[in-house]
Ligand binder design. Structure first.
Ligand code: PEP
Length: 246
């Protein structure tokens, strides 16, 4: 971000937390807190039941709303799923796809992430496409290979216009909810790799794509992360799992 013209982007991922009332109250706090912030995009991703109420509360203001997940079909016999057009109708402009909690806990595969990103784009949503390695993959020296595979599959059949309307989030799994963030240098290495990989297919679009870092972002580490050339914002959950903070 240091010298870039890419507009910083921050998204709060509220995960499976908050009643509708609590979510609307938090959204109001966020809206009020960023009222004078002109130089960044700010988005919140509430739980599904609160999305519509939060979107109504934030309507017309600077804070956007994101879904946390969507299905790849627009409608049909898919009990329990939510489609991208439904999220758009509920007031979302964004949707997170491929979050590591979905990959790890719900068995979501790279190919599904691709279908979801494409469904989001069809519905006019901006997909926030998450990639990131596990600790054992990092320890085995497989970080870039894993990120490359996730990214390449997520972007299958994507057009330049589709990528221009997407964001990518690098979220090392070992840093999510653990209190242990990637160092700025570790983040920059992977963000630069992602941009280079995007540029190999879409040289005209890649320089403008915003690449977010996610994983134990806190007030005391965000500035150093944002000082890195290819770190354009953050995806922030903010829940430290008991006993995992270092
Ligand atoms: C996330 O869930 O996307 C995330 C980055 O979580 P945390 O900030 O808690 O690490």
């Amino acid at each position: 971000m240091a010298t870039s013209t890419r507009r910083p982007f921050f998204c709060g991922n509220w995960k499976l937390n908050g009643t509708i009332t609590e979510s609307v109250a938090l959204a109001t706090e966020v809206r009020n807190g960023v009222a004078t912030l002109r130089e960044a995009d700010v988005v919140v991703a509430p739980s599904l039941t609160a999305v519509h109420a939060v979107a109504r509360r934030l309507e017309g203001g600077p804070v956007g709303v994101s879904g946390q997940n969507c299905f790849w079909e627009d409608k049909g016999a898919f009990t329990g799923e939510v489609s991208a057009p439904q999220l758009a109708e509920a007031g979302c402009k964004y949707v997170i796809v491929g979050h590591s909690e979905r990959r790890q806990l719900m068995g979501e595969l790279d190919a599904a992430v691709n279908l979801k990103a494409r469904a989001a784009l069809r519905a006019g949503l901006t997909p926030i496409i998450c990639v990131g390695e596990t600790l054992s993959e990092r320890d085995a020296g497989e970080t870039l290979g894993r990120v490359e595979a996730q990214l390449d599959i997520a972007l299958l059949e994507m057009t330049a216009d589709g990528l221009a309307r997407s964001l990518v989030a690098y979220e090392p799994v070992w840093a999510i909810g653990t209190g242990r963030n990637a160092t700025p240098a570790q983040a920059q290495e992977v963000h630069h790799f992602i941009r280079t990989r995007l540029a190999a297919r879409f040289p005209d679009v890649a320089p403008a794509v915003r690449i977010l870092y996610g994983g134990s972002v806190k007030p005391d580490n965000i500035r150093a992360l944002m000082a890195e050339e290819d770190v354009d914002g953050g995806l922030v959950g903010g829940i430290v799992k008991e006993g995992s903070a270092s």
